[in-house]
Design a binder for this molecule. Sequence first.
Ligand code: SF4
Length: 364
Amino acid sequence: MQHDVIEGAPARHWHALADGRIQCDVCPRYCRLHDGQRGLCFVRARRGEELVLTTYGRSSGFCIDPIEKKPLNHFLPGTPVLSFGTAGCNLTCKFCQNWDISKARELDRLQDQASPESIARAAQQSGCRSVAYTYNDPVIFLEYAIDVAQACRARGIRNVAVSAGYMCAEPRAEFYAHMDAANIDLKAFTEGFYKKLCTGALQPVLDTLEYIRHETDVWLEITTLLIPGHNDEPAEIEALSAWIMDHLGPDVPLHFTAFHPDYKMMDVARTPHATLTRARDIAMRHGLRYVYTGNVHDEAGQSTYCPACGARLIGRDWYDITGWSLTDEGRCGVCDAPCAGVFEGPPGTWGRKRRPLFVDPLHA
Ligand code: SF4
């Protein structure tokens, strides 16, 4: 019998089972592996008597984005963020909007080799205030992400996680100790949706949200992609908003974004603008202070307003900042009430551009 030659770096969060298999404990799938097998995410694999991360040090590419694109509207607005991902995913969403990366099985497509130090240096040299672990879920490459995050912090660069939050408690605590901000995808508010369309579960995601909000200093925002006929009913938006209000409080920004037909969901229409506006209205009626629409042109729905006096604090047109009425400490310029978030002086001037970046692996 022929086995794949599996290369990679030692992985953490696994244990040996009595039946000879090895169980990965990173996410609630708990993949149980014989020698030579890969987990559902494809990038964590068993090599002999250990688990390895096969994508350590390899990226699907680097890009400098506006931080608003993650989306994060209350974290160093207007600044550039160096974004990268690897390959694979631990969910199987039929509507995935990054499926070419998340479903990648050809690891050869990961051509950009980059050490943690070379990424941190590239971020600093290109003027980025933060590095984002995004495009695919960093949960599955956490050993690499954490090493990059440590190199970044040593240079004063912040770390941003873009994740679906589907992970177990121990790796969650380890991972978020190294992050400064997170946007968590709350894909829907029913177990049925997670089971049917993602082969996952809702509760671990809610646990992650509560953990980040209450057990860490990580700045948290949430994104919900509204898919017509699947998670856009007012009753579901009511339940989702009420849960956020009760469990996380009014200051966690919530982004309702528009779906476009993709991957295995080509038969569902794009989300109407009115659906996003309706969802935003519902969430704000529940008391959430910062609710946004996304993936549509909507200056009113993408701007930030003072929860005390209603003044427009940050105007946005797509990812451009078109208005600013915050003090350097993040207080309303009209009534001095605080705006929740991480604000340090005036906004950045990166704008809406997206710039691919070559990270030189030789400068490790
Ligand atoms: S991280 Fe990957 S290998 Fe580990 S349990 Fe989840 S899907 Fe399986």
